[in-house]
Design a protein around this ligand. Structure first.
Ligand code: 5GP
Ligand code: ZN
Length: 219
């Protein structure tokens, strides 16, 4: 438990059910976040013993390691996108056409385009992680979850406090290297979808996120 709680997954991924550990290989373990801050929230844990205790900014200074992490993140992003498609697209007219085409005999060379669910997934790290083992968040953009209970929960995924994996390597003078100084977690709440500013009114924000979720998932 505590700050070291993610270590057990790296050490013994095979001892967890698939509802907890999504997959594991020699170099990575993908898990469900125990306190999800979106309708789908996964964590990618690199198993490299020389990296797992480092701050992400330091770990990702190794270009070879960063490339490997980015490749695995893409894999998990695709998997997460497939999950969103299953959860939310099954009844949409567009998806029905897609499925019908997929099942046709012979299937057409080109499938009708589905929604680009991979664009609805955020992948990155917190500028100040709370858990000590290196982990990359892979989560749906909705930020709709009962577990999103505190102000800092929202802003840690909605301000530059959240650093997308694709932004690495960071420049030496990148402001996100000084997150506390920048005060990201204390900023006004800004809706991820429409950009409306809710000041510090958390309850209103939560209500709004529920409405945005409804619209977003059916698009
Ligand atoms: P951080 O703020 O360190 O970037 O995020 C750590 C994440 O780990 C949080 O989203 C939190 O909900 C999640 N977490 C904390 N403890 C556990 C745990 O024991 N198991 C799992 N699966 N996730 C955890
Ligand atoms: Zn909005």
């Amino acid at each position: 438990g505590g700050r070291d709680g993610l270590g057990a997954y790296i050490a013994q991924p095979e001892s967890y059910p698939s509802s907890v550990v999504v997959y594991h290989n020699d170099d990575f373990v993908a898990i469900h976040d125990m306190f999800p801050k979106s309708s789908l929230h996964l964590l990618l844990l690199p198993r490299d013993q020389t990296k797992t205790r480092l701050h992400p900014f330091e770990a990702f200074e190794d270009a070879e390691f960063l490339a490997k992490v980015k490749a695995e993140v893409q894999k998990l992003r695709k998997l997460a996108a497939g999950e969103l498609r299953r959860k939310y697209s099954k009844d949409s007219a567009q998806e029905q056409v897609r499925r019908a085409a997929l099942n046709a005999d012979p299937p057409p060379d080109e499938l009708p385009p589905g929604r680009h669910w991979d664009r609805e997934i955020m992948c990155g790290v917190h500028a100040v992680p709370s858990m000590s083992h290196l982990h990359i968040h892979v989560l749906a953009v909705d930020r709709y979850s009962e577990r999103l209970k505190h102000r800092k929960h929202y802003n840690s995924f909605s301000t530059p406090f959240f650093v997308p994996i694709d932004d690495f390597p960071l420049a030496a003078d990148d402001r996100r290297r000084h997150p506390t100084q920048e005060g990201y977690l204390k900023q006004d709440f800004v809706c991820w979808r429409c950009g409306d500013n809710f000041g510090n009114r958390f309850i209103e924000l939560k209500k709004h996120l529920a409405e945005e979720f409804k619209e977003w998932k059916k698009l």
